[in-house]
Design a protein around this ligand. Structure first.
Ligand SMILES: [Zn+2]
Length: 368
């Protein structure tokens, strides 16, 4: 069995995912290494932050530099110098979220224009499996149809139908040795369609299951509500992956509702906008009030940025567009989100997740 639940607290679970490149304690935050790099960070820094599993993007790696080149250079682990677990998405999210590049969707696959050169390209479940097998990731995701929020019900229903059809084929397709494959459920926030998708996808039997088609533009309360009623539909003995959440409040909200894994570009994206995530909430370092602030970004944080540098110094680096600013903020934000996740895991083991979340909320918004 590739997954064990080791403790529960209400709907929340602590567990371990066993992969070909090591164990991942869950709940687990997965930093996104879109183009085989967590932007601006060395793999050793990502590991020191406490991250145990990375996410790589099939779409981007397929086009640049290509899965054959990566396979020839030792697979994604060897290529990017990360020997820990890697999950690759299927490329479906990129294809369907770049709506103006979408050309045609049919039962066989999806045709779209590559963002790299505008040439028409096609993904099928078989190709999504083959790319991920060559990348050699530890967890491969099924190709799914992921519509944005607010589409007509017929479109959601069609996404559910095609996602099941494609999952049926990808389940039988090639995979790397020891590679786990996760199915993705669709259906947006429609209870009937979600239930249908869960029944069809779990009926096929995968190593884990994702809630796809949420966090795609719907209001936050609707999304959290959908996680609350849909997570328990998924089998209790398999890992549950929520695709695309990574702010501290959102992380604990989905953990409390039974989610084990999640990914987000937030730590590095916030870094690029000069924003630090802290136990007091978000700090915009561009703000003049930090010009002479000698304190670290977060006094509770043990990251390399907080151990050594002041808010005033990092603010100066941001204003002068020094590359070190991006690195320090990305490092800090990653440490912070991993710390939130590890704290939630510890709280689940102690049966005090609700208190942990309450303390976190009370701290947020107090004066930094
Ligand atoms: Zn820090």
């Amino acid at each position: 069995m590739s997954f064990e639940v080791t403790a529960t607290d209400g709907s929340a679970r602590a567990g371990v995912l066993h992969t070909a490149h090591g164990d991942v304690p869950t709940p687990a935050f997965m930093p996104v290494g879109t183009k085989a790099s967590v932007k601006s960070l060395h793999p050793d820094e990502v590991r020191e932050a406490g991250a145990r599993i990375l996410l790589g993007n099939t779409y981007h790696l397929h086009f640049r530099p290509g899965e054959d080149l990566i396979a020839d250079l030792g697979g994604l682990h060897g290529f990017m110098g990360w020997d820990g677990p890697i999950l690759t998405d299927s490329g479906g999210f990129q294809v369907f979220s770049l709506r103006d590049t979408l050309l045609a969707v049919d039962d066989e696959g999806v045709t779209f224009r590559s963002v790299y050169d505008g040439e028409a390209a096609r993904f099928t479940p078989e190709l999504a499996a083959a790319i991920q097998a060559k990348l050699g990731s530890d967890v491969a995701m099924c190709l799914d149809v992921c519509p944005p929020a607010g589409v007509p019900r017929e479109e959601l229903e069609s996404a559910v139908r095609l996602t099941t059809l494609w999952a049926t084929r990808q389940r039988e397709a090639v995979r790397a040795p020891g590679q786990l494959v996760f199915g993705i459920t669709q259906g947006g926030a429609d209870p009937e369609l979600r239930a249908r998708s869960v029944e069809e996808i779990t009926g096929l039997g995968f190593d884990g299951y994702a809630l796809g088609g949420l966090s795609v533009g719907e209001p936050r309360p609707e999304m959290i509500d959908a996680v609350e009623w849909s997570a328990p539909m998924l089998p209790a003995d398999r890992p549950r992956y929520f695709m695309g959440i990574g702010d501290p409040e959102g992380i604990v909200d989905v953990i409390a509702r039974g989610i084990d894994m999640f990914d987000c570009v937030l730590p590095t994206r916030m870094g690029r906008t000069g924003t630090a995530l802290t136990s007091h909430g978000r700090l915009n370092l561009r703000n003049a009030r930090f010009a002479r602030d000698s304190r670290p970004l977060d006094e509770r944080c043990g990251c390399p940025a907080c151990r050594r540098f002041s808010r005033a110094y990092i603010r100066h680096l941001i204003n002068q567009q020094e590359l070190l600013a991006l690195r320090l903020l990305s490092l800090h934000n990653l440490w912070f989100l991993v710390d939130v996740t590890v704290g939630a895991r510890t709280a689940i083991e102690a049966g005090r997740l609700a208190d942990f979340i309450l303390e976190m909320r009370q701290q947020t918004g107090t004066d930094a």
